[in-house]
Design a protein around this ligand. Structure first.
Ligand SMILES: [Zn+2]
Length: 838
């Protein structure tokens, strides 16, 4: 597989200048292929020179350059050499293309609810040539004219406003200059809700079988969209530039969403078909607002090369949380960021694959894809908050406005962004950027006090940089003390050396909990002092500040991962503090981290039922105390269903008896219950098949695959593994479901033979499954629950191989690092005699 290098891209953009694309797609030629004709007009700085065009067809019929047909006998399947070039050129590429089922290129899915077909285009990161012939790199922007032929009953949407010019024929309005990776066309019998806000036509679209939920939830989503437009217009001083704004909820989407100008694609699980919780609606709102921020940052101004992708993502991540908390009902959005995003980034920083926010080498397009992680999003956003604390919000916004105006419809790089910030603030930011943006790693921050008869005699903040990534990062943070539910003190300070005295605390009364970074403004591992740790079970439930509670939870979870806190202590805190927690992002994220990571990895198999019982008991308390039918009751019910060992209760719920209010007929909830029963071997294939009969939908099919794969029986394992790794033509989502279920079985003996098979069979899927999809499959299919030295040994051996693709290698590096954290913790806390150093 060819992979565009940075040097090739730079040479090509120095030579040519693309002035326009015309793309004609014929989607009415059957289920497996479509016809693509693209006409590209471009100038060339040097007559007689040559360049190449990217196209990845099933069959390439004809390429003409300035009217002369090019000889395609040496075409290797990806690049067409164009020579000799004139000063003004037109190339026409006619090809038959394959629909994909891995979420890249033009993905085609069949809705099992009604047999209807849906298509969407996903050109990110380098998949545009799977749809049309192009010069596929972000800094060759051009306007697009697109027309689409489709089956007569389909709706067509794209970057430009679509009009139907005849039955099954659609013409899209000419776009502003776009990078190739923003190209999309969505086509199928989508159903729509439309509106207009501030002169901008808005559309929400989803599969026909999701019509009811789409229509019920549209008002909430349109409100977030309108509030975000108003906020961004006032913040940036530049109106939304891409005409209509469509949000298309598409099936089997790999990421959360994609910021195609004018036509954002989002995963259609965001159209909730059953009961939904407050934090799920918040997450969807955050994604809506995130993609809208990209219309300016990313789409209007695009990074020159993929090594600055972080700038798009950090900015959108920061802006969405700011917008939600300042302009919408979700005033607690930053707490959600603390719980759902930062632990993801902190985990990424502990892995050997960690990298600087900016300037990570991306010598080619595929290596750039590997940096698209918790560092680019969560750390980048936290870093921008530190930048704002450093230069002030007014300077930040003025710099952003200047940056957007100066590079509108063009491309920029880190130096341009920093230059704008320096001009706006009058500060030299090179040292700041070196420490925060160009150096990987996170500091540990702790506060040491000497208490003396009820008051603090001395206090010091200690900042420890990782030895592997030394840097002097300045932190703007606050330190707060709480006792018995009352804030005793709070001081704001800047930590810019390894030891900073805190004279403001001297003479203050001792606090039972001392919390550094209490409003979670910085990016650091927070180490709680021993007295605060010991007081957590009794003090945390009463802590009045939500952000501070989120910081404590994250510190506890990170402490377990670092083998510095006994997982049993975390369970003790959970037993006292989780059921009474009022913030739903905290409740749900703590629950997810406990059930998906802490219990399976850090607690030995024989003790896991006891740990799940702590979750189930607390969740039952939460459910009993919540208003029936409320979001809180739903969360409680879900964690009872996930963790309870009460087979009678689970079987009754699975049969639809005695369900909590609001969950009658809720298929998603029934699958949660069945997932628990399946892991325990307490429901057979017939039971799962009959559940599928009641839920013949795309979601139902995936849940059926996942629960069937999780059964602890040898035949079930053999079937699931073959479905996962065999050449079955399974879609990206089906592979994810099989992989997610497989290792859930509560019987390690039945799983053990598949540890070795992971390392032979999953790497062999490369080539059949696109790298973007394979990255997820390889991570989900890793034997993370087999916390044994043998698993680590096999990982190490695999990483010595030279034939792993970038996505598979990265998945193994990261999963292996997490496995070693679990081994180290089990060794430190007397659970299993394993050599964590191997
Ligand atoms: Zn984004």
């Amino acid at each position: 597989m060819t992979n565009l290098t940075r040097l090739e891209a730079a040479a090509r953009s120095a030579l040519i200048d693309v002035t326009g694309y015309r793309v004609e797609l014929d989607l009415a030629r059957g289920d497996t292929t479509f016809e693509s004709v693209s006409t590209v007009r471009f100038g060339c700085a040097e007559a007689g020179a040559s360049t190449f065009l990217d196209v990845k067809p099933k069959q390439l019929h004809r390429v003409t350059l300035n009217g002369t047909e090019i000889d395609l006998t040496g075409f290797g399947g990806e690049r067409v050499t164009l020579t000799p070039l004139a000063r003004e050129n037109e190339v026409v590429v006619c090809a038959t293309m394959s629909y994909s089922n891995d979420g890249q290129g033009l993905h085609r899915a069949v809705d099992s609810a009604d047999g209807k077909h849906y298509v969407y285009g996903h050109s990110f990161l380098d998949a545009a040539p799977r749809v049309y012939g192009c010069f596929d790199q972000p800094d060759l922007k051009a306007p697009y004219d697109v027309s689409v032929t489709s089956p007569p009953d389909w709706v067509v949407l794209g970057n430009g406003a679509a009009t139907q010019s005849g039955e099954g024929h659609w013409v899209l309005a000419t776009t502003k200059p776009l990078s190739t990776y923003f190209f999309t066309v969505c086509a199928g019998p989508y159903v729509s809700v439309t509106a207009v806000h501030d002169g901008i036509p808005l559309g929400l679209h989803a599969r026909a079988s999701l019509r009811g939920p789409l229509e019920r939830q549209a008002e909430q989503m349109l409100t977030i969209t309108a509030q975000s437009f108003d906020y961004y217009h006032s913040l940036f001083g530049i109106r939304y530039p891409f005409g209509e704004y469509h949000q298309v909820f598409v099936p089997e989407f790999n990421a959360g969403a994609m910021e195609n100008p004018g036509c954002v694609t989002l995963r259609d699980q965001y159209v909730f078909r059953g009961a939904m919780t407050h934090d799920e609606v918040l997450t969807r709102a955050s994604t809506i607002s995130h993609e809208m921020a990209h219309m300016w940052f990313g789409d209007l101004v695009t990074m020159k090369w993929w090594d600055d992708l972080w700038l798009n993502e950090s900015f959108a991540e920061y802006m969405s949380h700011r917008t939600l908390s300042e302009a919408t009902e979700f005033t607690d959005a930053w707490v959600d960021s603390s719980m759902s995003r930062k632990p993801w980034g902190y985990a990424a920083e502990r892995m050997p694959s960690t990298h600087p926010v900016a300037g990570s080498p991306a010598p080619d397009a595929q290596s750039a894809l590997q940096n698209f992680d918790g560092i680019s999003y969560a750390k980048g956003a936290a870093t921008l908050r530190q930048l704002i604390a450093y230069i002030g919000d007014a300077a930040f916004l003025s710099g952003v406005g200047e940056y957007l105006r100066r590079h509108a419809y063009g491309n920029a790089e880190l130096a341009d962004f920093l230059g704008a910030m320096e001009r706006a603030s009058g500060k030299d930011l090179q040292g700041w950027a070196d420490a925060w943006l160009r150096t990987a790693g996170l500091d540990a921050i702790s506060v040491e006090t000497s208490p003396d008869q009820g008051t603090i005699r001395s206090a010091t903040i200690r900042r420890t940089s990782p030895a592997a990534y030394p840097a002097s990062r300045p932190h703007s943070i606050d330190v707060a003390g709480f006792s018995g539910g009352t804030e005793v003190f709070r001081v704001l300070t800047t930590v810019d050396r390894d030891e900073t005295a805190l004279p403001e605390l001297v003479g203050r009364p001792n606090a039972r909990m001392l919390i550094p970074n209490a409003t979670d403004l910085t990016w650091a591992t927070i180490k709680l002092d021993p007295a605060t740790l010991a007081a957590a079970p009794s003090e945390l439930p009463a802590l009045p500040q939500t952000e501070a509670r989120a910081v404590v939870w994250t510190a506890l979870i990170d402490g377990v991962a670092l083998a510095e806190i006994d997982p049993r202590h975390l369970l003790t805190v959970l037993a006292t503090s989780w059921a009474g927690e009022s913030n739903q992002s905290i409740i749900n994220r703590v629950g997810l981290l406990m059930t998906q990571r802490i219990i399976p990895a850090f607690i030995p198999a024989g003790e896991q039922d006891g740990a799940h019982a702590v979750i189930a008991t607390s969740a039952a308390t939460m459910l009993a105390g919540a208003e029936p039918g409320s979001s809180r009751a739903l969360v409680g019910a879900r964690y009872v269903a996930t963790s309870s060992a009460d087979l009678d209760l689970l079987r009754r719920w699975a049969a639809g008896e005695g369900l909590p209010e609001g969950l009658q007929g809720d298929s998603d909830f029934r699958w949660v219950v069945l997932g628990n029963l399946a892991r325990r071997g307490a429901v057979g294939e017939a039971g799962l098949d009959s559940a599928l009969d009641q839920d013949r939908t795309m979601a139902g099919n995936l849940k059926w695959l996942q629960t069937r794969a999780s059964a602890p029986r040898a035949e079930a394992k053999a079937w699931a593994w073959e479905q996962l790794t065999g050449e079955r033509g399974r879609s990206n989502y089906e592979l994810n479901a099989l992989a997610a279920g497989f290792w859930q079985a509560m019987d390690q003996d039945v799983l053990r033979p598949y540890v070795a098979r992971y390392f032979s069979d999953v790497p062999a899927m490369a080539g059949r499954v696109g790298e973007d999809a394979l990255a997820r499959v390889a991570a989900l299919a890793y034997p993370a629950s087999m916390v044994e030295a043998a698993t680590a040994d096999r990982s190490a051996a695999a990483l010595r191989r030279q034939d792993l693709t970038a996505s598979v290698r990265r998945a193994i590096v990261d999963a292996d690092s997490q496995l070693r954290e679990a081994l180290a913790s089990r060794a430190a806390y007397g659970w299993g005699l394993v050599d964590a150093q191997r």
